[in-house]
Design a protein around this ligand. Structure first.
Ligand SMILES: Cc1ncc(COP(=O)(O)O)c(C=O)c1O
Length: 408
């Protein structure tokens, strides 16, 4: 009999494939340039008022458990945020604080997916979406976003998948701004998604964790703004907009009063109590972060131009190579580039990233990790100098692996 459950034995180790290469390089004292971790906290300092509020919470003895669904004042501040930013009105009972969006994804799948139930995902997607479905032995249905139309949805493909699926998807999960593409969904696409959810009675989930990391003149629209009266959930948190990844604070908002929304909200509340509490000092710290809008606006104003410059620099450099091509990102901090394998002696994205790591000591992520092979994701967080060197070295690497046609 297997000791570990089937849930775990089917799980991929995300670091497994490159771990041995990294170990070998480290053994030779070689430094690897990391372009994989979408962790802004490693590149930018978090707001001082958030750090101070965290320390104050600890020093004043706020080290106890809080209620499972979260600190009431924080839940209230999340609802204020949506009213102020998007004119979306819901009360604090519609908000559940989780330990990051990832815990909300676990709650979502724990609540809705069990053996062969399906969920509709749009590729490329954030790496954790798939394991959260498969851990429940659920079946992901995957529709690709359309690269040739700024990574918008392909509604015909979604309808086709819906028709051929043996079980009706329990939910549709969208991401805007998107990791890994850096694109955002247009209002037209969001409206189509809402119609799709309504017509097929599918619960809609929108992961909007990068909703303040918008640049290059783009305009973000929240699903919550369009989905009034339709069962849906918004996911957000402190990890990206507040660059407080290690605080582990996520916001789950289920604003409607229909049967499905109520059931899911109840389930989230039960699950939140089953793990007792999210991190207490972090909740006090993020409460301060949300309340002090002046400090946050100043912070966002300072970091956005930096991310925009870095993102545009990678985009321009990548598009100058003859091997990689990308669409200009307008949100989040990623560049997702297509590899032209017709020019290379490399067969797929996995081989590309492994060889690049071995030969150039640059670590980027293969598109397959996001459900779309043939691409690579490069983070746009490191400083320009590091970007210049890395992309130049990626180009050298490609030149070395170029297919050369011999003259007869
Ligand atoms: C789209 C998306 N959702 C969620 C997360 C993780 O969020 P959290 O740190 O709140 O768990 C990430 C992290 O990269 C992400 O890209």
């Amino acid at each position: 009999m297997e000791f570990l459950s089937k849930r775990i034995t089917g799980m991929e180790d995300p670091t497994g494939e490159t771990a041995s290469i990294i170990k070998e390089l480290e053994g030779k004292n070689i430094t690897v340039t990391n372009f994989i971790m979408g962790d802004p906290s490693k590149y930018f300092r978090i707001q001082k008022n958030i750090k101070d509020a965290y320390n104050k919470a600890v020093n004043s003895g706020k080290t106890f458990y809080l209620p499972g669904p979260g600190l009431p004042q924080l839940r209230d501040e999340v609802s204020n945020r949506y009213l102020k930013l998007y004119d979306i009105d819901f009360d604090k009972d519609k908000v559940i604080i989780t330990q990051g969006v990832v815990e909300a994804l676990q709650f979502l799948n724990h609540s809705l997916i069990y053996k062969n139930d399906s969920a509709l995902l749009l590729a490329p997607f954030f790496t954790q979406y798939l394991p959260c479905v498969t851990q429940q032995e659920g079946r992901p249905l995957i529709s690709n976003l359309n690269e040739f139309n700024k990574w918008e949805i392909d509604i015909d493909d979604m309808e086709r998948l819906f028709k051929i699926s043996k079980s009706k998807p329990k939910y549709l999960l969208i991401t805007t701004p998107n990791n890994p593409t850096g694109s955002i969904l247009s209002e037209k696409s969001i409206r189509k998604i809402v119609e799709f959810g309504k017509n097929h009675d599918i619960f809609l989930v929108s992961d909007e964790i990068y909703d303040e990391i918008i640049y290059n003149g783009a305009k973000f629209i929240s699903l919550g703004k369009v989905a009034k009266g339709v069962p849906h959930m918004i996911l957000n948190g402190a990890s990206k907009n507040y660059m407080a990844t290690g605080f582990r604070i996520g916001f789950s908002i289920i604003p409607e009063e229909d049967k499905k929304s109520k059931k899911l909200r109840d389930s989230f509340i039960k699950l939140s109590y089953s793990r007792l509490s999210a991190n207490t000092p972090s909740q006090y710290a993020i409460l301060e972060g949300l309340k002090n809008k002046k400090a946050h606006n100043k912070f966002i104003k300072e970091i956005l131009p930096k991310i925009q410059t870095r993102s545009n620099l990678i985009t321009n450099l990548v598009n100058k190579t003859e091997y990689l091509a990308t669409i200009k990102p307008v949100g989040a901090f990623y560049v997702f580039a297509k590899i032209d394998f017709t020019k290379l002696n490399i067969k797929n994205d996995k081989e590309f990233v492994e060889k690049l790591l071995k030969e150039e000591h640059i670590q980027i992520t293969k598109g397959s990790s996001f459900g779309l092979p043939g691409y690579v994701r490069i983070i746009s967080l490191p400083e320009e100098k590091i970007i210049h060197t890395a992309i130049k070295n990626i180009e050298h690497f490609c030149n070395r692996h170029k297919i050369t046609t011999k003259k007869i």
